[in-house]
Ligand binder design. Structure first.
Ligand SMILES: [Zn+2]
Length: 234
């Protein structure tokens, strides 16, 4: 049980083959393994949970968030926001490369994000809110990503991937923090109750993850407060 401002995180349910709620460091949970030189992408479950908050925000009708479909409408919206750190636990780098290279395998997947001001790989992840019976409560949106080395978990030096030449070095993570546009689910008008927050990555199967030992899905159970009550967050 973990109390955070505004709501209660009831339970951490990480799909995969590990014990639930294990209190080991993230790097020990996702050590680099022999994946035949391929990446294996997974979500840091600790940071996903620890940074989750509910905030009310105003979205201008001409803003990039509305243009990109990251909120259901303009005006005052209540959003559940969180950090997504994509970790690479495979023994090969994720190499996405430069979008301007005509030979780039992923050329068709790049899309410009007005909110972030750089190119993303489209449809990389999905952010959804489910009811307890696993039916959809909020369809959420597909969040696109630019891949770069933000945090080291394991292994050696960064190979220097950034939003121009994209990728994630083996043993490194790409951090999309909760203040970034789209790092949320728009929960405006969702009735009070318990819900499952679900994030899935590599949803379109864009990248070959080899044995894919580490999960591509993280889910937690949360309590959404009464929409008529104010939420207070930093
Ligand atoms: Zn971005």
């Amino acid at each position: 049980m973990k109390k955070t401002s505004g709501f209660l995180v009831l339970l951490l349910l990480v799909t995969g083959n590990r014990a639930i709620g294990q209190r080991t460091s993230v790097s020990r949970r996702f050590p680099i393994y022999n994946n035949a030189g391929r990446p294996d992408l997974t979500i840091d479950p600790q940071r996903f949970v620890s940074q989750m908050t509910i905030v009310d925000r105003f979205f201008d009708p001409s803003g990039c968030e509305v243009q990109e479909g990251l909120v259901g409408a303009s005006g005052n919206r209540r959003i559940l926001r969180f950090d997504t750190v994509i970790m690479n636990g495979g023994d090969g780098d994720l190499v996405v490369g430069d979008r301007s290279d005509p030979r780039n395998l992923y050329a068709a997947w790049f899309v410009f994000s007005p909110c972030h001001g750089h190119y993303h790989i489209r449809d990389f992840s999905s952010y959804e809110l489910l009811n307890r019976d696993r039916t959809s409560a909020v369809a959420g949106h597909k969040q696109a990503f630019c891949f770069e080395d933000s945090l080291k978990y394991d292994g050696g030096k960064s190979h220097g991937y950034d939003c121009d030449y994209q990728g994630i070095t083996s043993g490194w993570g790409d951090w999309y923090y909760k203040q970034l546009g789209g790092q949320w689910i728009d929960i405006t008008g969702v009735p009070e109750g318990d819900y499952i927050v679900r994030v899935e990555i590599n949803t379109a199967g864009t990248f070959d993850e080899g044995a894919n030992r580490y999960p591509n899905v993280v889910e937690i159970l949360i309590h959404v407060p009464d929409p008529r009550h104010k939420v207070s967050n930093p």
